[in-house]
Design a protein. Structure first.
Length: 202
């Protein structure tokens, strides 16, 4: 059974960081020379307002997603601030969370359950809005299926070597949930379902 949970142990976090590296490298998003340890890890991973979630099946990682809650007291409140000015966002306070390092094998259900898990986590910690940076070519997935809106113009994300530009997307979490029955019925059914394998605080 696939379990969706916060990566809490050193081993789980290491597996998640390595999985993310492999996925990003295999898609040509990163330069391997900048990751000699073959893991994706940065200063945000050591912050108490950063959570790495995993889909794990018998010690094998099938997907991972990270949420970092905005903390204006740091030099960079969110990872994407290295490439994008948050002043363009409608919500910039501590109720804003960046969804990033979203990686999974090409399995829609795993991706949807990870999105459910990060929404449940956000609700638990008081985050009300999401921001995400993604390839401009893949933005429509979030816009069409999760009610995100593009903010600002395309740009090149620091550390990503993909030839295509990135865009910043913004969403109200409650709108993601309320729009789901219309724009994404499958996700709406998954979100309403009570799951024993979703180990996220209610």
């Amino acid at each position: 059974m696939i379990i969706y949970k916060i990566a809490e142990t050193v081993q789980e976090r290491e597996l998640a960081f390595r999985f993310a590296y492999n996925e990003y490298f295999n898609h040509g998003y990163i330069d391997a020379e900048k990751f000699p340890s073959k893991i994706m890890k940065d200063c945000f991973d050591s912050r108490p307002d950063s959570w790495t979630l995993i889909a794990i099946d018998d010690h094998s990682i099938l997907g991972t997603i990270r949420m970092v809650r905005n903390c204006p007291s740091f030099s960079y409140g969110l990872p994407l601030e290295r490439s994008f000015n948050l002043s363009a966002l409608p919500e910039r306070g501590e109720k804003l969370g960046e969804v990033c390092r979203f990686a999974c094998f090409n399995r829609k259900l795993v991706a949807y359950y990870l999105m459910k898990a990060v929404i449940k986590l956000a609700q638990h910690v008081g985050t009300t809005h999401f921001v995400i940076s993604c390839s401009a070519l893949k933005a429509h997935h979030y816009i069409d299926r999760f009610s995100f809106k593009q903010v600002g113009e395309p740009y090149y994300y620091e550390g990503i070597v993909c030839e295509h530009q990135s865009v910043t997307l913004f969403a109200n979490i409650e709108k993601i949930i309320s729009d789901a029955p219309i724009v994404n019925p499958l996700f709406a059914r998954i979100f309403r379902k009570k799951d024993r394998n979703l180990l996220i605080p209610p």
